[in-house]
Design a protein around this ligand. Sequence first.
Ligand code: UD2
Ligand code: MN
Length: 288
Amino acid sequence: EQKQSIISKFNGSSPLPPCPPTPPGLEGPLRIEFEWSRSMSDVRNSSRENLQEGGRYKPLDCIAQHKVAVIIPYRNRKDHLKHWLYYLHPILKRQQVDYGVYVINQHGEGTFNRAKLLNVGYVESLKEYAYDCFVFSDVDLVPMDDRNLYRCHGEPRHMAVAMDKFGFQMPYKNYFGGVVALSRVQYMRINGFPNNYWGWGAEDDDMHKRITLKGMAVSRPDSRLGMYKMVRHLRDTHNEVNPQNPGQLHNTAKTMNSDGINSLIYSLIKIEKDELYTMIDVDIHAPN
Ligand code: UD2
Ligand code: MN
């Protein structure tokens, strides 16, 4: 009987069952430690199992109900990426997602633009596979409970609701930073994210505004499941606080239909397939 099912699994005659709504192998609360001695080869050894090139994975024994591109805005954070990969690959596998990890590297030394990099990740990941859900995650955030599922919901989802750096609370009511998940339909409804928030701040508030302006609500896990650890860090160079950014929030209603995924312009430099991730190196035409 078992042999028969193993044979049919490989000759394709009997399709795999859909994965169950609640993944069976979750662990719940996790112990997360950002060990400074962890090396990239430790990370490869613990994370590479059953991955396809570029950091892609599909459950082996069922058909995933969610095709998720995980998109990370990035520049010069090798150390953080290492911790992220170490923890997230095993978690995403336990969550039975059909996923790919896309690290969107801002080329050059110009002013950083997190939201524009996320837009690039959306476009570039869709060129590879028919993803229906996009999780946008900072490189320095690791969930402390694997029941916080990396998938999309009926409303746009804010996932990082209880971060250690904010005392495991929301810093303010409409906070939408850190890690969020939007379906393809939800993302297109808000015309993606803004392209003109250069430097640090307020782009996450603009995303939240876009969502409510289009009549959607934000869904969140409860604060116990939504706990996160952030790797401690200083503000990066070329990502200084931009005091112009908050003022732009007054114009979101006017500009969001013309600034977003429909006005995105960038130059692709290189796509590099690592075994644990796909690195998209991109020139986003930053001011200096
Ligand atoms: C907060 C929010 C973040 C975003 C940002 C404002 C948290 C945990 N996150 O992050 O979602 O809204 O404020 O812009 O509160 N990055 C690089 N290289 C750089 C600069 C940034 O890789 O040189 C990426 C990286 O993924 C990083 C993210 O951008 O995690 C956000 O930048 P940050 O970590 O410096 O900002 P932080 O922690 O204040
Ligand atoms: Mn951070």
